[in-house]
Design a protein around this ligand. Structure first.
Ligand SMILES: O=C1O[C@H](COP(=O)(O)O)[C@@H](O)[C@H](O)[C@H]1O
Length: 237
């Protein structure tokens, strides 16, 4: 375990050990929320990394009918598309015990994220924040959620002075158009986790922490700098 200012890194030997520990930790956070408020709210990332974590968390014993789940970001594609983050959540997290959780997807079926933005924002604003836990991932380019380097709305998405909500995002490295919770929105959380796997991502994170060269502008660094709660990083090779 490595600790610095607002960041603790938990190292695991493999992805199964990581997913097991992370699922237990997040289930505990949800149980604590249920005990305290009678409900719990969880925001998760997409991509491929969380798959095993989702499969294990879905089996956790807790009152999932009182848990609301949303995504930190979404690729603007239909849920039948294999790249849909919502599809991954439905197929891997909203299963087993977690099948009774309520899900607020960000994709609305509108033609563009700009057209879907108001409805996606309405869904997010209907959640009883703060989140009990926000789960972030990170790409090898230092993006997290859909805060992409060179993103057309990156500055606005990271702006602490703008109202909370969601923003469309288009970027050279993003593939399809995106929609993302803004940074002030996802920082309304009691616990913040960053789940990364692979030596390359550890190196990216290390450079972002030090703020060396172009890594000073990696979007993930903005999260590390501004998070009001410690960031718990779960990593394995
Ligand atoms: O496109 C995305 O990528 C990131 C990282 O995905 P990973 O599979 O490399 O961990 C993910 O966190 C984000 O939610 C997703 O939209």
């Amino acid at each position: 375990m490595t600790t610095s200012l607002n960041l603790t890194i938990y190292d695991f030997t493999d992805s199964h050990a990581l997913a097991t520990a992370l699922a237990a930790r997040v289930a505990d956070r949800l149980r604590a929320g249920l005990l305290e408020r009678g409900f719990a709210v969880l925001a998760v990332s997409g991509g491929r990394t969380p798959l095993q974590f989702f499969d294990l968390l879905a089996r956790a014993t807790l009152d999932w009918s009182k848990v609301q789940v949303t995504l930190v970001d979404e690729r603007w594609v239909d849920e039948r598309d294999p790249r849909s983050n919502a599809r991954m959540v439905r197929e891997h997290l909203l299963q087993a015990a977690a099948a009774s959780a309520r899900f607020a997807p960000l994709y609305t079926g509108a033609a563009t994220p700009e057209e879907g933005q108001a409805e996606a924002a309405r869904r997010v604003h209907a959640l009883p924040l703060p989140f009990d836990a926000v789960m972030l991932g990170m790409g090898p380019d230092g993006h997290t959620a859909s805060f992409f380097p060179g993103g057309d709305q990156l500055a606005a998405a990271l702006d602490p002075n703008l109202p909370t909500g969601v923003l469309p995002m288009r970027a050279p490295g993003a593939g399809e158009p995106r929609i993302t919770l803004t940074l002030p929105t996802l920082l309304q959380t009691r616990h913040l986790f960053l789940h990364i796997e692979g030596e390359d991502k550890r190196e990216v994170l290390a450079r972002a922490r030090l703020g060396l060269g172009e890594a000073a502008h990696y979007p993930v660094r903005a999260v590390l700098e501004r998070s009001p709660v410690p960031v718990d990083v779960y990593w394995c090779p």
